[in-house]
Design a protein around this ligand. Structure first.
Ligand code: B12
Ligand code: SF4
Ligand code: SF4
Length: 411
C-alpha cells in the first residue's frame, strides 16, 4: 500500500499527541528508557506534508539482504562502470551504521519533481536558435537536459525541507531526537528502501514507481532514534509491459531491474569522465545531460502531477535544454562553475559537458555547428578536441558512411 498524506483535522492531531503521551507513560511504567521515544507515524507524515514532501513512509533500519546481494553481483559484473563509490558498499554501510547504534526508524521521503516544460524559458527564446525557411525554430543546436536537473539542485532543495521537518518533529517531542539526513550520497539503497517503506515498487527500468506520481519522485531519508511503526512494503509489478526496455536507445536495460550503467546515457553524460565509446555516440541523440526516455515512456508516467516545488522547475534553473553553441564560450572550469552554480548540472565538469555538446552537435545534422566545432579543435581539453573531431566528421560525411564507420570502431 502506498503511504500518502490524508487530510487531517484538529481532532485527529490532538488524538496523536494523546497517543504519544500515553505510550511514553507506558514506557516509564515499564522502566524503558525515554530517549527519543515513540511518535505516531501519521503525525510524521502530516509534518512531512507541511514542509512540502509529497509522499512519506516508514521502515526499520535493518539490512536489505536481497538488494545488497544484487548490488554486489552487479558490481562484480562491472556494470557500475567507473562509479567506484558503489564498489565497497557493504563496508561503507557497516561503517555508516556504526555511527547510529540507537537508530530505530528510517523516514523515507518522496518529492515530486514533474513539471511540463518551459517553452517560454528565457534561455530558449534567445541566442542561436536556428530558424527554417518558414521562420519556425529548429532548435538543432539545443541539447536536452533530463527533467531532474531543470531547476535548482535537488540536493539543496531537499536538504532545506528535511531541516524544516527535523525542527517540526523536534517541536512535537519532549525528548531530544537524533537525526541523520541522506539524499543520494550515503550508503543507502534508496529505491529498495522506498519500496520497503511502501512508497511504490521498482520498475523494470529500475526506478521507483509511485502509483500517485509515476517515476518522478526524488527520494531522501531521515534516520532517527524515534520509534515509529513501519509501513507495509509495496507489492506491485510492471506485469507484461516492456516499453522501457524497448525504448532505451542504448539497450542499457538488460532485463527487468538490471541496468548496465556503462551503456546508460545518464551515466555516460553525467558520471563518466572519459571518452564516450564511439558506437554509443549516435545513440545519445540530443541528450546533453542525463536521459528520461525510459521514464517518459512508462505508463505510470500518465500519473504525473505538476510538482508543487517551484525551485525544481525550469525557471529556477536552465530548464529543458542548453544552447550548445553558447556552451563553447565557457573557457575555464571556474567560469563553468559560476554559470551552473546551484544546479545539478555542476555534477559534470566543463570538459564533460562540452564533450556531450560535441556529440549532440554531431548528431544534429545542423551545419551551423561546424565553425564552433572547428574552434573546439583547439580547446585546452583533449577530451573536447577528440569529440569535436568526431562531430565534424559526422557533420561533414554522408550519413551512411559515417554510421558504418562509427559502428565499426570503439571508444
Ligand atoms: C548510481 C546511481 C545512478 C546510476 C546507476 C543507476 C542504477 N539503476 O543503479 C546512473 C548514473 C546510471 C543513474 C541514472 C539515473 N538516476 Co540515479 N542514482 C544512483 C544512486 C546514487 C545510487 C543507486 C545505486 O546504488 N545503484 C546500484 C543498483 C544496483 O542499486 P539500486 O538500483 O539502488 O537497487 C537495485 C538492486 O537492489 C536491484 N534489486 C533488488 N531486488 C531485486 C530483485 C531482483 C529479482 C532483481 C533482478 C533486482 C533486484 O533492484 C534495485 C533497483 O534496480 C541513487 C541514490 C541512492 N543512494 O540510491 C540515485 C537514484 C537512484 N537516481 C535517481 C534518478 C532520478 C536517476 C535518473 C532518472 C536521472 C536522469 N534522468 O538522468 C537516471 C535513471 C536511469 C535508470 N534507468 O535508472 C533517483 C531515482 C528516484 C526514483 N524514483 O527511483 C535516485 C534514488 C536519486 C534520488 N535521491 O532521488 N543513477
Ligand atoms: S536513462 Fe536513457 S539510456 Fe538510461 S536506461 Fe533509461 S532510456 Fe536507457
Ligand atoms: S515502462 Fe513498463 S516495464 Fe518499464 S518500468 Fe514502466 S511499467 Fe515497468
Amino acid at each position: 500500500m502506498v503511504s500518502i498524506f490524508a487530510s487531517y483535522d484538529l481532532a485527529r492531531t490532538a488524538h496523536m499527541f494523546c497517543e504519544k503521551t500515553k505510550l511514553q507513560r507506558m514506557r516509564l511504567k515499564r522502566n524503558l528508557p525515554l530517549t527519543a521515544g515513540y511518535m505516531n507515524k501519521d503525525l510524521i507524515k502530516k509534518l512531512a506534508q507541511e514542509v512540502g514532501f509529497d509522499v512519506c513512509g516508514i521502515t526499520a533500519p535493518t539490512t536489505l539482504h536481497d538488494a545488497e546481494k544484487k548490488l554486489a553481483d552487479w558490481v562484480r559484473a562491472g556494470k557500475h562502470g567507473e562509479m567506484r563509490y558503489l564498489e565497497n558498499y557493504e563496508e561503507r554501510a557497516r561503517e555508516f551504521w556504526k555511527r547510529f547504534p540507537n537508530a530505530k526508524s528510517i523516514i523515507v521521503l518522496g518529492l515530486n519533481y514533474f513539471s511540463k516544460g518551459d517553452s517560454c524559458h528565457p534561455e530558449r527564446s534567445e541566442g542561436s536558435v536556428n530558424t527554417d525557411s518558414s521562420g519556425s525554430a529548429l532548435r538543432m543546436t539545443k541539447g536536452r537536459i533530463a527533467r531532474y536537473a531543470w531547476g535548482k539542485d535537488y540536493h539543496y532543495v531537499i536538504r532545506k525541507k528535511v531541516e524544516a521537518l527535523k525542527l517540526k518533529i523536534q517541536e512535537n517531542s519532549e525528548h531530544p531526537i537524533s537525526f541523520e539526513c541522506s539524499v543520494d550520497t550515503k550508503p543507502l539503497l534508496e529505491r529498495p528502501l522506498a519500496e520497503r517503506a511502501g512508497l511504490g515498487f521498482i520498475g523494470k527500468q529500475t526506478q521507483l514507481l509511485s502509483l500517485q506520481f509515476g517515476p518522478w519522485l526524488f527520494l531522501s531519508e531521515l534516520i532517527t532514534d524515534l520509534e515509529l511503526e513501519p509501513d507495509q512494503p509495496f507489492q506491485g509489478s510492471c506485469g507484461t509491459c516492456t516499453l522501457c526496455i524497448e525504448v532505451c536507445p542504448t539497450d542499457a536495460i538488460e532485463s527487468a531491474r538490471v541496468l548496465d550503467a556503462r551503456k546508460c546515457i545518464a551515466y555516460l553524460t553525467i558520471e563518466y569522465k572519459g571518452s564516450i565509446p564511439v558506437d554509443l555516440r549516435s545513440k545519445i541523440g540530443s541528450w546533453v545531460f542525463g536521459c528520461d526516455e525510459c521514464l517518459t515512456v512508462c505508463p505510470y508516467t500518465a500519473k504525473e502531477k505538476e510538482s508543487n516545488c517551484e525551485e525544481l522547475k525550469a525557471p529556477a534553473g536552465f530548464g529543458e535544454s542548453l544552447d550548445l553553441l553558447k556552451l563553447f564560450e565557457i573557457k575555464s572550469q571556474g567560469e563553468y562553475e559560476r554559470k551552473f552554480e546551484g544546479t545539478a548540472i555542476l555534477r559534470a565538469k566543463r570538459k564533460q559537458l562540452l564533450r556531450n555538446a560535441c556529440i549532440v552537435l554531431g548528431n544534429s545534422k545542423d551545419k551551423n555547428a561546424i565553425p564552433v566545432l572547428e574552434r573546439a579543435m583547439s580547446d585546452s581539453s583533449d577530451l573536447v578536441r577528440e569529440h569535436a573531431e568526431w562531430a565534424l566528421y559526422k557533420l561533414q560525411t554522408p550519413e551512411k558512411v559515417s554510421n558504418e564507420n562509427a559502428s565499426g570502431s570503439s571508444g
